[in-house]
Design a protein. Sequence first.
Length: 188
Amino acid sequence: MEMGGGTMEMSRVWAMPTKDTFDCKPIGEFVRRHMNTDYISIDPFARNKRWATYTNDLNPDTDAEYHMDALAFLDMLVQEGRRAECVIFDPPYSPRQIKECYNGIGLKMHQEDAWRTNGWKPEKDLCNILMPVGSIFLYFGWNTTGMCKSRGFEPIELLVVCHGPGHNDTLCLAEKKVRHQMKMDMGE
């Protein structure tokens, strides 16, 4: 499929749903396809996976390197001047999933926490700062909002993983940063 200045590969497969996104075979293969082991990489919602160089998960009982809110984790990396050739972005897909994450570690979910699933804009803005041109953003969810063209990204692959009736499909989007985000000059 033609997209902007290039093409995007699209495919659809069937696989049983799994509790951990990357335990689903075609999704794990998708990550391996796009994540060079030589890359510096970031995973702000890592759970127990050690795919990335810098891993974070809110739950302290996971094997992630850090156990912070994803926004605080990404801000810390920006403040430290880190850069990444790949970001794996697999947040909770819905307010219900956020509530389950919070309840699982004894935290109370507030209204602003539920709103975060409406785009994850502050987290994506920090990811964009961390990523040089040529880097890859891997986005997982029930939609394909990803980073988008306005941030300087072009889609390169979309994998739809059908989990059968009664389950939402998992959408896996790989995007490449082709330019830095354009800023509007408002005469300031």
